[in-house]
Design a protein around this ligand. Structure first.
Ligand SMILES: Cc1cc2nc3c(=O)[nH]c(=O)nc-3n(C[C@H](O)[C@H](O)[C@H](O)COP(=O)(O)OP(=O)(O)OC[C@H]3O[C@@H](n4cnc5c(N)ncnc54)[C@H](O)[C@@H]3O)c2cc1C
Length: 485
């Protein structure tokens, strides 16, 4: 009987675990190791972060669901992989630290036949001094708890505005190498919308601070949109959205440090700048969560399995090459480790072969390089793909072909939705296909029939419907498997 261990119960890991449970008879064991007791629908944290939605609407407890489904749940943090076992046995195993264990307690072991690494990102606040909610001076919306804290800060600013004080609210990226601009873009729209709804917009300066070369780049080198007989760059779309809402924007920035009420940043021309703030939500740079790996003799093999970024290498082409030679063919299809046949990485946990936006350096060498966006839809698709591959290998044997979902042919959607009711919202909806531009197939790198930017209530409804639909799916309620990722 086979045993599949899944590290991480986020979008990719939870999708893989629930689909595997559905595919594999109960005799096969499925184990999820993840540090938090709850599942979080991360895209809706932007509503929690302005106080428009309670935390309870975006999370649910994993243990009762997994108990009902027959998935073993170990609340804990994976720390090391031993894909060849150890001196005593060749059975592969993972070491993890159970939640609540004493700091000096030895890690626990979980053996496996197949392993899925879906550990998402380490939120690397430490890359920028003073960044982040853990002892820093900015807030985040990357987790549900961060979003609750962000809402407190935001509403405290609103209170001060009600008393007549002017406030500067900054939303954006906390480092020159950040990804996830879409989340900051969504959040800034929510902040601006709530300020208007709460009647204090005239007291606020709202600033979007980004490492993008231009707004609308999103770490994807921007995109093109068909508009009334013209093709326009997404920069025009994004700038007009900001201009209409009175949001100022600063691009090409690398935040060097944050002090109370002051962001210190440089731009690509090495200009040293300061931006005062009363409230700031800045996304941290991401890196792998720092898993180590060892061979059977106990020698460390971390660099064989993981890229320098800490993300896991899969079936991508990691050869260093100039920007002009980057190609869609470099991106992975099966998400299997090239080193061990029974290890897969899904979601943010896999190492991208390179960026999509051209990385740039200032004359003094500061890197301003938005990383490629790692979206929920692609994470879900990867989770499903690796689950199906593993299920086939378990049921049909080691020669069963692996399922493929080429990253270079995946699309993405970013719905910058503001307001959380059915009638009080609006959204800027951006869809693109594919995420990785392919200039050999499309004149502008992407299929303009499936790449669009729209503003209106319909997009808001879409985000609202997706919120309920994906929570229904994640809770494994009736017919959940019919809802696509
Ligand atoms: C505010 C915000 C808004 C967003 N909006 C959108 C959107 O509109 N559309 C969209 O497509 N995407 C959106 N995204 C991106 C989307 O949320 C991510 O792409 C998605 O969550 C990635 O899924 P994942 O499973 O790879 O990682 P995660 O969801 O981060 O899951 C990783 C899991 O691994 C666990 N873990 C961490 N360390 C360990 C360890 N050592 N051992 C075991 N487990 C571990 C974590 O606790 C977590 O359960 C948004 C992101 C943010 C922050």
């Amino acid at each position: 009987m086979a045993k599949v261990v899944i590290l991480g119960a986020g979008i990719a890991g939870h999708t893989a675990a629930t689909l595997l449970r559905r595919k594999l008879p109960k005799a096969h064991e499925i184990v999820v190791i993840s540090p938090e007791p709850e599942w979080n629908w991360v895209p809706s944290n932007i509503w929690v972060g302005v106080g428009a939605m309670p935390r309870t609407s975006v999370v649910f407890a994993l243990a009762p669901l997994y108990a009902r489904l027959g998935i073993a749940f170990r609340q804990g943090r994976a720390v090391a992989l031993h894909p060849e076992g150890d001196a005593a046995s060749s059975t592969p195993f993972v070491e993890y630290t159970p939640a609540g264990a004493a700091a000096d307690a030895p890690p626990q072991r979980e053996t496996y036949d197949f392993l899925v690494n879906a550990t998402g990102p380490k939120l690397n606040f430490a890359a920028t001094p003073g960044l982040g909610p853990h002892g820093g001076h900015t807030v985040s919306v990357c987790t549900a708890d961060h979003a609750v804290e962000a809402a407190h800060g935001f509403l405290a600013s609103v209170e001060r505005m009600r008393k007549g004080e002017r406030q500067t609210l900054v939303v954006g990226m906390g480092h020159g190498t950040c990804t996830c601009q879409g989340a900051a873009f969504e959040y800034v729209f929510n902040v601006e919308h709530e300020l208007r709804r709460l009647g204090v917009r005239d007291k606020a300066r709202v600033v979007y601070l980004s490492n993008e070369y231009e707004v609308g780049d999103f770490g994807m080198g921007g995109l093109h949109l068909r508009r009334g007989g013209y093709v326009i760059p997404s920069r025009m779309f994004a700038e007009s959205l900001f201009a209409e809402r009175g949001i100022d924007w600063i691009t090409r920035s690398h935040v060097r440090g944050v002090a109370p009420g002051k962001i210190d940043y440089t731009t690509l021309d090495d200009a040293e700048q300061e931006l005062g703030f009363d409230f700031a939500m800045l996304i941290p740079p991401f890196r792998g969560i720092g898993l180590a790996a060892f061979d059977r003799s106990g020698a460390e093999t971390t660099t064989k399995l993981f890229a320098p970024s800490g993300f896991m290498r899969v079936d991508a082409d990691y050869t260093e090459k100039p920007f002009e030679q980057w190609s869609p063919a470099d991106w992975p299809r099966t998400y299997r480790s090239p080193v061990y046949e029974n290890i897969f990485a899904a979601g943010i946990a896999f190492a991208p072969p390179h960026a999509v936006s051209r990385p740039l350096r200032s004359p003094k060498g500061t890197l301003v390089a938005p990383a490629v966006p790692r979206t929920g839809m692609t994470a879900g698709i990867m989770g499903r793909t690796v689950a199906f591959s593993i299920a086939d290998r378990v049921l049909r044997g080691p020669d069963a072909p692996l399922h493929e979902a080429p990253f270079a042919t995946m699309g993405a959607a970013c719905v910058a939705s503001a307001g959380s009711g059915l009638l009080r919202g609006s959204a800027a909806t951006i869809t693109m296909y594919p995420v990785v531009p392919d200039y050999s197939r499309y004149e502008f790198g992407r299929d303009l029939d499936y790449t669009s930017g729209e503003v209106g209530l319909a997009g808001h409804w879409l985000k609202f419907v997706l919120h309920h639909l994906f929570l229904h799916k994640a809770r494994c309620r009736p017919l959940w498997w019919m809802i696509p990722e």
